[in-house]
Write a protein that binds this ligand. Sequence first.
Ligand SMILES: Nc1ncnc2c1ncn2[C@@H]1O[C@H](COP(=O)(O)OP(=O)(O)OP(=O)(O)O)[C@@H](O)[C@H]1O
Length: 210
Amino acid sequence: MSSKTPAPVTLHAVTKRYGDLVVLDGLGLVLEPGRVTALTGPNGVGKTTVGRLLLGLETPDAGSVTGAQDLRRSAVFQEDRLCAHLDAIANVRLVLDRERRSGSTARATAEDELARVGLEGEDASKPVRDLSGGQRRRVAIARAMAAPSDLVVLDEPFTGLDAETKPAVMAYVRERIAGRTAVLITHDPAEVEFFKARVVRLRRGPGLVV
Ligand SMILES: Nc1ncnc2c1ncn2[C@@H]1O[C@H](COP(=O)(O)OP(=O)(O)OP(=O)(O)O)[C@@H](O)[C@H]1O
């Protein structure tokens, strides 16, 4: 029996337009399987757009994205996108796979993930709309890590975390994404260094292949 290595996630000459604005113009990009690729570059250059293409939330106007559609995918978006009326534990439980979600240990699993980002006790048990922005961010991170995903898109995930919390949360993410293919969108060279990421710097203009 032969085990086949999945094809790497690849953007093939992808063009993406919004009206008259050409955001990506023939971008070629291969993600190294099991590694972190850091996407950097100026505001508006198209980093989030690449993330959305990888997640299947956008489709290219030309070119194609391959290798991603059959992967289980999770994300931290720039906005938290949590279920506001549910508590942090319930938000994390929603993404657990079927066995873990329905079992008696589901709550404990969610609590463990949230404890890793410093959310415990009362804070983990009230509607997330009543948490602070930084606390909601931590729930969004725990949710993306708890999801049984193969491909993780992290769009400026650590924005808004306080200086005391950030190192522990970054260490948690590094541990939890080990072995998964990940894209980290960031403006912070310290984050690139911390994740030992391959850096891809987007620029405007046609034909960038990285
Ligand atoms: N849904 C949309 N409709 C119209 N224009 C859009 C849409 N989404 C993004 N854009 C535009 O596409 C360009 C690229 O946006 P994108 O969010 O991908 O950039 P970015 O590199 O992630 O920027 P930042 O560093 O500021 O987060 C911007 O000019 C933005 O205004």
